[in-house]
Design a protein. Structure first.
Ligand SMILES: Cc1ncc(C[n+]2csc(CCOP(=O)(O)OP(=O)(O)O)c2C)c(N)n1
Ligand SMILES: [Mg+2]
Length: 557
């Protein structure tokens, strides 16, 4: 049967099992929107900004493990997706973005609303396509989903000129995808896995250091098995939150710049780092030449280019985390003798406890602890970027993968709220809470309209400190208290929420914090909670940029 390019695209999305597409219309994507008008195989959510659509697709992907999809027009619509693509690329999130393009005969002519979006997004996508012939479209969509979701996942963009949307072709669904130059390695090398097991048995002070790769490959159970077999401490990155139960006795929490002091000291003193699905980012390692000087490294990662990029690796294992861990668990017959080490790590926990000093005003950490206490690990938490993000990472105790959604690699203010929207579309049965700052929330606040119009009942918690707090903290500590353009004004968030048809609640007293959170969760609507918190509270512990990660400032000890 002959179909237009637009219909072929929608039919392909349906066959890929797409449940929801986030997007925004415009001139060069009109034929596709015309077909969307009576296409009911999936839901379409009209956001209020294309950036919102990209982050929502990303949040949906993080919450579900499926590919997130967004759709925009050419030119400004397409360029508005760029931050969302870069964000997903940095955090290895499977996404397919589809953009309209001017007709093929006009490409390169500076036509109205033309942007070279494949050129612009080449460095921030895993792959991108410009479809010039409608006959290639179905195969291209199939390949885009395949590339986005396999190997180290990432965003893929398909640019679709107007004439290709209108052209007709026979619809043929390629059952199989084979791309000659693209063959990710899934099973780790057995010889390396055997060597890794031996190194673990010979170690005296091993530590597991895990990242987002555990979540991507659904390897949390296999990680738990390995961790309990070895009996060693487990630390995680920002992206690894939820990979390992926070309450587990072997947990030492997040490491790095705002990690726990005991996680940082533990990894610095270890003699073996077993890294799984983590990439030794500079926010984790601090000063590289001082990082864990006595440790050998086993590094399991699906992306060979991540291995030995930042630290020297003794045993590289290229493969999927889950498969590598299954093999390693089989190979590891007994535990190493590390009781002295465990006693030492327990001592570090007692010596450098996490905590904060109470003050008169509401403390942001306290609000997050109360969210944690009320939701008991049952909510999906998203964050914006700043101090509130780090407090959320420190004080939310996650035990399950895909329950903590945050912009790790790019650190994108404006991500958390639309991501919450996407997460709620993917996990409608769960409470979804976005922990935001007063600065970040203003970057995509317009999506309140999308939430209300589509009954996407997320809860937004603003930790309103009147500052671009994280930047202010650096100015206080490293720029002599000179607060250059970091005090920031906000609208009346309660009135603003109400004007969108959402519910707004302002909280200014400590005693009201818990009840307000409970109330917000009970209301069947999008709810914005505006907590007026201590203005100049700092995130501690902290490792100043470029320092070794045991050079920690702040904290209780
Ligand atoms: C799009 C973008 N612009 C600028 C920054 C730099 N930046 C990082 S944190 C931050 C302040 C965030 O302020 P707010 O949302 O109020 O959070 P707080 O730190 O006060 O909790 C800024 C400006 C960024 N990460 N992203
Ligand atoms: Mg702030």
């Amino acid at each position: 049967m002959k179909m237009t390019g637009s219909l072929i695209l929608l039919e392909c999305l349906k066959r890929e099992g797409v449940e929801v597409v986030f997007g925004y219309p415009g001139g060069q994507i009109l034929p596709t929107f015309d077909k969307l008008y009576d296409f009911n195989a999936f839901q379409f959510i009209l956001t209020r900004h294309e950036q919102g659509a990209a982050h929502a697709a990303d949040g949906y992907a993080r919450a579900t493990g499926k590919v997130g999809v967004c759709l925009a027009t050419s030119g400004p619509g397409a360029t508005n997706l760029v931050t969302g693509l870069a964000n997903a690329y940095m955090d290895s999130i499977p996404m397919v973005a589809i953009t309209g393009q001017v007709r093929t005969s006009l490409i390169g002519n500076d036509a109205f609303q033309e942007a070279d979006i494949t050129g612009i997004t080449r460095p921030v996508t895993k792959h991108n396509f410009l479809v010039k012939d409608v006959k290639d479209l179905a195969r291209t969509v199939r390949e885009a989903f395949y590339i986005a979701s396999t190997g180290r996942p990432g965003p893929v963009l398909i640019d679709l000129p107007m004439d290709v949307q209108n052209a007709e072709s026979e619809f043929e669904w390629p059952e199989e995808v084979k791309i000659r130059s693209y063959n990710p390695t899934y099973t780790g090398h057995m010889g390396q896995i055997k060597r890794a097991a031996k190194l673990i048995l010979d170690s005296k002070r091993p530590i597991l250091y895990v990242g987002g790769g555990i979540i991507t490959s659904s390897a949390a159970l296999e990680l738990l098995e390995l961790a309990e077999k070895i009996g060693c401490p487990v630390t995680w990155t920002l992206m690894g939150i939820g990979a390992f139960p926070a309450h587990h006795k072997q947990s030492v929490g997040m490491l790095g710049m705002h990690g726990t002091a005991y996680a940082n000291h533990s990894i610095m003193e270890s003699d073996l780092i077993i890294a799984v699905g983590a990439r030794f980012d500079d926010r984790v390692t601090g000063r590289l030449d001082a990082f864990a000087p006595g440790a050998k490294v086993i590094h399991i990662d699906i992306d060979p280019s991540s291995i030995s990029k930042n630290v020297k690796v003794e045993i590289p294992i290229v493969g999927d985390a889950k498969q590598a861990l299954i093999a390693l668990n089989k190979e590891l017959k007994h535990a190493p003798a590390i009781s002295e080490w465990l006693k030492h790590v327990d001592g570090l926990k007692k010596k450098y406890p996490m905590g904060y000093k109470d003050k008169d005003k509401i403390l942001p950490q306290y609000v997050i602890e109360q969210i944690d206490a009320v939701t008991k690990g049952d909510a999906v938490i998203t964050t914006e970027v700043g101090q509130h993000q780090m407090w959320a990472a420190q004080w939310i105790t996650c035990s399950k993968p895909r329950t903590f959604i945050t912009s790790g690699g790019l650190g994108t203010m404006g991500f958390g709220f639309p991501a919450a929207m996407g997460a709620k579309m993917g996990r409608p049965e769960k409470p979804v809470i976005c922990i935001a700052g007063d600065g970040s929330i203003q970057m995509n606040i317009q999506e309140l309209a999308t939430c209300v119009a589509n009954k996407i009942h997320v809860k937004i918690v603003i930790l309103n400190n009147g500052y671009l707090g994280m930047v202010r903290q650096w100015q206080e500590l490293f720029y002599k208290h000179r607060y250059s353009y970091t005090p920031i004004t906000s609208p009346d968030f309660v009135k603003l929420a109400e004007s969108y048809g959402a519910v707004g609640i302002r909280v200014t007293k400590k005693e009201e914090v818990r009840a307000a959170i409970e109330k917000a969760l009970a209301i069947e609507n999008t709810v914005l909670l505006d907590f007026h918190v201590e203005e100049e509270e700092n995130v501690f512990p902290m490792v100043p940029a470029g320092e070794a990660i045991n050079k920690i400032i702040g904290g209780l000890a």
